[in-house]
Structure formats: C-alpha cells, structure tokens
Design a protein around this ligand. Sequence first.
Ligand code: FA5
Length: 347
Amino acid sequence: MLKSFLEGLDGLTLECEARRGQACSLKDLEALRVEFLGRKGKLAGAMVALAQMGPEDKPAAGKKANEVKTALTALLESRQAELEAESAQGALAGFDPSLPGRRPAPGSLHPVTLAMQEICEVLTGLGFEVVAGPEVENDWNNFEALNMPPDHPARDMQDTLYVSENIVLRTHTSPLQVRTMMSRKPPVAVIAPGKVYRRDSDITHTPMFHQIEALLVDTNVSMADLRGTLTAFVRQLFSPDTKVRFRPSFFPFTEPSAELDISCVLCGGEGHVAGAPCRVCKRTGWVEIGGCGMVDPNVFRQVGYDPETVTGFAFGLGVERVAMLKYGIGDLRMFFENDVRFLEQFS
Ligand code: FA5
C-alpha cells in the first residue's frame, strides 16, 4: 500500500510539471492550483489513503506527502512568476524609448506681477529707485506721520485690519514715504511696490491688492512736475496718445490732492465702442488708476524735512486696476481665482 501511495504522489508531481506550461494566464493557473492543491483536489484525494495506513507506514507516507505539497506549490509559483514577467514585457511592447518625452507645461508670471514689473521698468527708466518695506506696519508710519492722528476721520477712508492696537496690516504703500524720508536726506526719488490690505470686498475691491507708491522730493518740485511725470509714465505704459486728468480730491498727506484718471484704454476716451456704451469706463471716457498730490508740509515736519526748503509730489497706483486696463480684464476677482485657463494666457 505504501509503495503505490508513494508512486501515486510521484505521478502527481510529474503531471503537474507537464501541465503547468499549458496555463497561459493567471486564471488558468489558479484553476490548476485548485485541481492539485485545493480542498477537494488531487493531493487531498491521495491523503485519504494515508489516513487508512498502519502506524509503521504513516511516517514515511506523511513525509512524502509534505514533500510533494512543497514541490507542487513551487511548480505553480514559478509558473506564476513567468506569467507576470511576460505580461510586464507586453506592457512595454508599445513603448518607444527614442520618442521625445512630454514636456511639463511651464508656469507663467501672474498678470499682476507682469503689470508690476512693467510699471517698475517705466518708472525706474524715469529715474526712480525701488525701495521696499514691511507689510505689517506700525500705526505711526501708516497713519500718524501721514497727517492722520488717532481719531482723524480720514482713517475711515481705509478700513483697516489691526494686528494689535498699534500694529496694522499696511492699508497703502504710503508708509514707504515716511520710512524713506526718515532714513534719507533730500533729494529722494523712490518707488515702493507691494501688497496692501483692507477690509474691503466686492467686484471691484479685494481685501489684499497691490499698490505702487512714488515719491519725489527736491527743491522747487511743482504740480507741473507731477503732471509731466504721470503723463510720460502712462504714455509709456499704455499708448502715446493716453491722456491724464486730475480730479480734485482729498488725501491727508498731500495738499493739493487729486484722483488720477487716464483716458479709457478700451474706447480711447470716446465713451462708446462700435456704438455701444464702453463697459470699462461706463461711457465717461475716463478711468481712475490712483491718487496723487503735493506732499503736505505737515508730513515733512513729522519726518524732519524743512517744508520751507523742499517740496515734493507723491502718487499711489492700484496695480490690479492697471493690469485690468492693460490686459482687458473685466473682473478683479479673476486675478485671485488661480484658474489655469486664465493664467496660461499670460505665458
Ligand atoms: C491711497 O491708498 C493713497 N495712499 C494713494 C496716494 C498716494 C495718494 C500718494 C496721494 C499720494 P486710495 O485709497 O484711493 O489711495 O487707493 C489708491 C488706488 O488703489 C485706487 O485708485 C485703486 O486703484 C486701488 N484700490 C483701492 N482699494 C482697492 C481694493 N480694495 N482692491 C483693489 N484696488 C484698490
């Protein structure tokens, strides 16, 4: 009985060896495993005879059964490895390593950054030097030195984000006027680009936006210099026929003060395009891009300049407004949505 049992097990190994190569897929191979090693498979069938053997044959029969189980498992596993290797090679069959790779799409500068760079380029070309300052600013630089003592009603013109009682997120780039004059003797001709913050949010206002400040102080600087500088600036930035208009206004740190308007870049100041009202200037022919004026003598006194010997002008532009006009963008919020379809147009 033992002899035929052992021969039967050897036969199982030989049969499995012969048939494993016919399994052409992992599914076929699983069927073969069930046939040989499954609960109701061939090896399990042979083991019925083992249970009926006498004690003198059982150890040899049991040992052999274990060896055959190990051998069958190894045969099937090696076939599985072969099949997996073949399928990996199949996946590579259509791969041509000589083809050029797909380049990742390169990013591009944000339109506000582009506008800022262009503004800086034009103004440095006119002789201004770029300076920078902190976005978290003290009350004195942001307000008080700019002729806005505590409780001054003009503070309400800019809804302020306070960090603590005396520290604010700067509401404009004008504190750079103060920082510059506190650290330099006249003459000065500087521009200060950067982010500013206000509690302000609607379709034409965002809580964070960019401004660029310009300050020129020397002897005999006049309003005509301000107008001439701004005219040269907008003509280089937009087009040679762009016009500048000053609208009387109020800023506590300049006197006189004006809102700075330019002729509408879309309709050329006509107020209409092809008979339809211009959507950019709303028929007026003008668009506002910032504020400006002659530095108030009180500001000179605060920073230790003598208003009897020096005069100066300053202006502050909204950079998003400039970018909207330059690139024909109708909605300020597009700058902050980070929609790739919008941004990739500037690459
Ligand atoms: C000022 O901030 C003054 N510091 C400008 C100035 C500088 C005047 C030097 C005189 C001398 P104003 O609050 O008007 O001014 O802002 C200037 C420009 O910033 C506006 O014309 C507008 O273009 C832009 N701006 C203001 N608020 C927002 C906002 N919430 N979102 C986007 N742009 C804004």
